[in-house]
Every structure is written in C-alpha cells, then in structure tokens.
Design a protein around this ligand. Structure first.
Ligand SMILES: [Ca+2]
Ligand SMILES: [Ca+2]
Ligand SMILES: [Ca+2]
Length: 241
C-alpha cells in the first residue's frame, strides 16, 4: 500500500516537472542562423498600429555578432518571430518576453516596441522610448497587466489580464520594432535583435526550470518515505552532522 502511494507521488511529481519543462521557455540567440525569424510589417489602423499577420519577409543574420539584422524594408519594418513563438502560449501568462534590441537611428519619439497578435485580430503592444543607437538595450516585459500592455482596439486601452490571456491562447506571432527613424531608405535603421526569450513564471532564461516549492515538497515527501526503511540499517558512524 505504501509503495503504491510513493509511486503515485513520484509519478505525479514527474508529470508536473515534465509538463513544466516542455512549456517553460522558448529562446533564440541567433548564434548559427536566423532560427526561423523574418521581418514583418506594421500598418496603421486609424491611429493604432496593426501587424500584418499574413506577411513574413527576409531577414539578415550577422554571423560575427550572432544577431539578427535588418535595414528599413517597409513603411514600418519589424522583426517577426519564428513559428516556435506561435500557438497556445497560455502557460506563459505571468512569465515574460525579453530581448536585446539596437537601432542605429531614431526620431527620439516613443513607438510600439513589441506587439503580440492573438486570434480574431486581438493584439497587445507596448510603446517605449527608442533603444540605444550604439549598443543593445535589454527589454523585459511581464506577460500580464503589470507591464502596461495596450490593446489595438478600440482606443489603445490598457490590456486586462483576461485580454492578455485571450491573446496568449493562440499566438499568431511576435513583432519587435526595427524602424525607429522616419524615412524608408536603406541607409537608416540598421536594427539588430538578440537573445529573445519567452518564459513562464517558473523558468529562468539563463538557468532553465526553477523547481516549484510545491514540487520540491512533494519530492521531499516521496524521498523521505523511500528513505524510512533504510534509515535504521545505515551505519551510525557514517552519519553526517
Ligand atoms: Ca546572439
Ligand atoms: Ca520604414
Ligand atoms: Ca525608417
């Protein structure tokens, strides 16, 4: 009876751990290539930005820097995520999206920095001041209402947690702004992107899965139960203080 209980506890702990690990993090460091990323377009819908969900264009890869790179290709040019960032990302609610971004020029004005498109035209975006021109600026935005996401409809209202969850339920892609300088010539907006990380609330982008206290307690309980029969047979002189 006790062995069945121990087995059940361990099995549930392992299931929990593997479910977390599979949904915990999506990363792109562009060491070897563009990793399925491309360029994207934003258009204005009234006074609000709207991403072109059907479009993905070519992007450059800088093998020396290990970064994505693009010049200004469209009226409003962005980087566009690979398919790995699409689909049901509900598990990432409460986590974050982070990346390093650089653009060689800007107007000094705030623009949407990152946009996430869900289904049925639902989009959330965050406007910021421009990134640095001579080096990367690191951004991290929580995937909940604390980050100040705005909606594309109807008046750039602050997105509620429920709206953000609806977007994450079926993500069409992520768009990161590569066009901070007005004008479309190829000489401006040398934009670069690196170290993109989409993570859930239990995962670190650098060290991977952070064990949950509940999981640890469960494992501790299981291991403790397993250890009980052996305890008395362990030689006293080998116990550690
Ligand atoms: Ca890199
Ligand atoms: Ca442009
Ligand atoms: Ca431009």
């Amino acid at each position: 009876m006790k062995n069945n209980l121990i087995a059940a506890i361990i099995a549930s702990g392992l299931n929990l751990a593997s479910a977390n690990a599979s949904a915990a993090v999506v990363r792109s460091d562009f060491s070897l290539g563009a990793e399925g990323w491309g360029t994207g377009r934003i258009i204005f819908s009234g006074f609000l930005p709207a991403v072109d969900g059907a479009f993905t264009g070519p992007v450059d890869h800088d093998p020396v820097g290990g970064t994505l790179r693009t010049g200004d290709l469209y009226p409003w040019t962005t980087f566009r995520s690979s398919a790995a960032y699409g689909g049901d990302k509900s598990a990432f609610f409460g986590g974050s999206i982070s990346y390093d971004l650089q653009d060689s020029q800007n107007d000094g004005d705030p623009f949407p920095n990152v946009a996430i498109l869900g289904e049925a035209g639902r989009m959330i975006f965050i406007p910021t001041a421009p990134p640095a021109t001579g080096g990367f600026t690191r951004y991290e935005f929580a995937l909940d209402s604390s980050a100040g996401w705005r909606t594309n409809n109807p008046f750039a209202l602050l997105a509620t947690d429920a709206y953000i969850q609806a977007v994450l339920a079926n993500v069409q892609g992520i768009w990161i702004n590569a066009d901070w300088k007005t004008g479309d010539d190829q000489g401006n907006d040398d934009a670069r992107l690196d170290n993109v990380c989409l993570r859930d609330s239990r995962t670190s982008c650098t060290t991977g899965l952070i064990p949950e206290p509940a999981s640890l307690a469960l494992f501790g309980l299981a291991l403790g139960l397993l250890g009980l029969p052996r305890k008395d047979s362990r030689p006293t002189d080998r116990r550690q203080p």
